[in-house]
Design a protein around this ligand. Structure first.
Ligand code: NAD
Length: 287
């Protein structure tokens, strides 16, 4: 028996990175997956998003683990598309036990427009609400909801640095709202014993971090910084002095939060940040 044997989990942002890692970790522990991803770019976001081929690869790898998967292209900003994807997945897989709202963008350092702010908010916050809303009608008592926040939503003066433009402000704004939403939703759903938790990663070794916009963010002193240049600056984010955590490190926490091992864990802001938060904020946190 796996730790999430025969549970069905919907995961957004499942085509690559952390979302794919969650799909594979959960499948390896016995879950079937509804894998959702936009599979196209968003203009204000300064690095490419996943492709259909990336999503197909997630499907291939989940099936290789012997589990079923329903994959759908949908934009988390579009509640109707998301509802259709979840409904179709549940019709095929027979049930829904958990939600992992992982899809996200970080449109920092790009165009200085209100659109960049709004795109960050509508993907990174509204997208989480839409995902939960699409799933809730299917969720039984005792289900699990996990939303991806960010270290940047808990610590000021990270992406909300004005030098990073409206997209950075929008990113921090959205992630703070994710933390608050999880807190409040945990209260609302407690009578049904539905657990609602946020995972807040530090730098994570995915395409989002490994992008020119991030290299420029971490090395504003250089004209065209490379990954190697950024590697010397990444460790400032953590207390352990490491440059980033791996997607599989986040997936381990997601697995715990989806499994029955966390049946009494709710409303938590789970930081997987190698000590980055406590390094900056030794006082008790607001959440
Ligand atoms: N990588 C990091 O350093 C880091 C740190 C903290 C938090 N996060 C959070 O993790 C998430 C990003 O995941 P990642 O690190 O694997 O990066 P990633 O860019 O590799 O993956 C993000 C996935 O989400 C998908 N996506 C983006 N917008 C979407 C939309 N509107 N609808 C559906 N799918 C969409 C992308 O296509 C991609 O597959 C974001 O929520 C981000 O805030 C990342």
């Amino acid at each position: 028996m796996g730790r999430v044997q025969d549970k069905v989990v919907v995961i957004t942002g499942a085509a690559r990175g952390q979302g794919r890692a969650h799909a594979l970790r959960l499948a390896a522990e016995g879950a079937d997956v509804i894998a959702v991803d936009i599979c196209e770019d968003i203009a204000t976001n300064g690095y490419p998003l996943a492709t259909r081929e990336n999503l197909d690869e997630t499907v291939r790898r989940v099936e290789k683990l012997g589990r079923r998967v329903v994959a759908r292209r949908a934009d988390v900003r579009d509640p109707a598309a998301l509802r259709a994807a979840v409904d179709e997945g549940v019709a095929e897989l027979g049930r829904l036990d958990a939600v992992v709202a992982q899809a996200g963008i970080c449109p920092i350092g790009g165009e200085r427009s209100a659109q960049a702010f709004l795109d960050a908010v509508t993907v990174d916050f509204n997208g989480v609400v839409h995902t939960v809303d699409a799933a809730l009608p299917h969720l039984p008592d005792g289900a699990a909801i996990v939303a991806t926040g960010s270290f940047a939503g808990l610590v000021p003066a990270t992406t909300d640095n004005p030098a990073l433009g409206p997209g950075g402000l929008g990113y921090s704004f959205a992630k703070r709202q994710v933390a608050a939403f999880v807190h409040d939703l945990a209260i609302v759903l407690a009578p049904r014993q539905i657990r609602v938790n946020a995972v807040h990663p530090s730098n994570c070794n995915t395409d989002m971090l490994n992008s020119d916009v991030m290299y420029r963010t971490f090395r504003p002193d250089l004209e065209e910084p490379t990954r190697e240049d950024a590697l010397s600056a990444f460790p400032a984010m953590t207390g352990f002095g490491i440059p980033y955590v791996e997607p599989e490190d986040i997936a381990d926490t997601v697995l715990f939060l989806v499994s029955e091992e966390s049946r009494y864990v709710t409303g938590m802001q789970m930081r997987v940040d190698a000590g980055g938060y406590v390094k900056r904020r030794p006082q008790p946190p607001a959440f």
